[in-house]
Ligand binder design. Structure first.
Ligand SMILES: NC(=O)c1ccc[n+]([C@@H]2O[C@H](COP(=O)([O-])OP(=O)(O)OC[C@H]3O[C@@H](n4cnc5c(N)ncnc54)[C@H](OP(=O)(O)O)[C@@H]3O)[C@@H](O)[C@H]2O)c1
Length: 277
């Protein structure tokens, strides 16, 4: 709390679900400090202060936290949305590409938590929201780097919530299904993917379905408002899945069925063979 206002720090707030969550929190009366690399210098607009932040860079995180703490004190909520993915086959996605996704999505989150936890502990508590994904619960073809990073977040969050409970800190994993929010610049293709790839036909089919599902996905404004409403409650759930009914069903079925059956269902969903191929 600062000047009677609840305070939140939001990472990855320049685009997509982070941007929508930041706006929803500000509309609900939170004082928000927003971080992203494209916020090149500090700017302020009503309840929102934008600060530069690169979650892959310890020095950038440290400056962000120091300045954010001057503005709000320790945050009541930390919302971590920064993320990216690389599309490509497991075989053709390069080690550096895997490393970049892990460094941003998983280690980025770990670094920011490590910088914020001491402040929250000293303040007697807080809420940490970590953006996972439906891909944190099940893999889909040609998104292995992203899927691995989101599975890492799921495991990490289970450990984190047990450790920080005695300090009054609550943890919530947000598991969005497809939302029509993401920017393609955060979804590059692996450099080695090309028309000559042995995976080209299946890759093309899968990418088409991924694009179709994202562009026809759920409303990101609704997700932002759901998170803001949840953060207003005294107790927050450990998992909050925000997805269409069919994606909820897919996760449910995935838990029940044998792995081989799951893989067959997912392959037939994503990989449509051309009639004459
Ligand atoms: N959209 C969906 O359907 C969907 C589904 C499930 C989960 N999610 C998750 O929701 C979150 C947002 O995804 P989105 O697709 O809505 O947004 P997006 O348009 O892909 O935006 C990504 C955000 O992450 C920030 N970012 C990337 N690298 C960063 C870095 N090194 N340091 C700081 N910020 C960084 C970007 O800001 P700068 O480039 O300005 O730094 C941008 O604000 C991600 O964690 C994603 O995995 C999204």
């Amino acid at each position: 709390m600062k000047n009677g206002l609840k305070t939140a720090w939001v990472t990855g707030a320049s685009s997509g679900l982070g941007l929508h969550t930041m706006k929803a929190l500000a509309e609900d009366g939170w004082q928000v400090v927003a971080g992203a690399r494209s916020f090149e210098k500090e700017t302020r607009e009503k309840e929102i202060t934008r600060l530069p932040l690169d979650v892959t860079d310890e020095a950038s995180i440290s400056s962000f936290c120091a300045r954010a703490a001057e503005i709000t004190g320790a945050p009541d909520a930390l919302v971590q949305c920064a993320g990216m993915l690389v599309l490509g086959s497991c075989e053709e996605t390069g080690t550096e590409e895997f490393r970049k996704v892990m460094d941003t999505n998983y280690l980025g989150m770990v670094r920011v938590n490590r910088a914020v936890l001491p402040r929250m502990r000293e303040n007697g508590g807080g809420k940490i929201v970590l953006f996972s994904s439906i891909n944190g619960l099940m893999g889909i073809p040609f998104q292995s780097a992203y899927t691995a990073s989101k599975h890492a977040i799921e495991g990490y969050a289970e450990c984190l919530q047990m450790e920080v409970k005695p300090f009054g800190i609550q943890v919530m994993l947000v598991e969005p299904g497809d939302h029509r929010s993401g920017n393609d610049k955060y979804r590059p293709h692996a450099k080695a993917m090309s028309g000559a790839s042995p995976y080209a036909a299946e890759y093309e089919s899968t990418i088409g379905i991924i694009h179709r599902d994202e562009s026809g996905g759920s409303d990101p404004d609704i997700l932002g408002r759901k998170i803001a409403r949840t953060l207003d409650k005294e107790r927050i759930p450990f998992r909050k899945r925000i997805a269409s009914p069919d994606q909820h069903l897919a996760v449910y079925i995935h838990r029940l069925l044998p792995a081989g059956v799951n893989a067959a269902i997912l392959r037939s969903y994503y990989i449509k063979r051309k009639k004459n191929a």
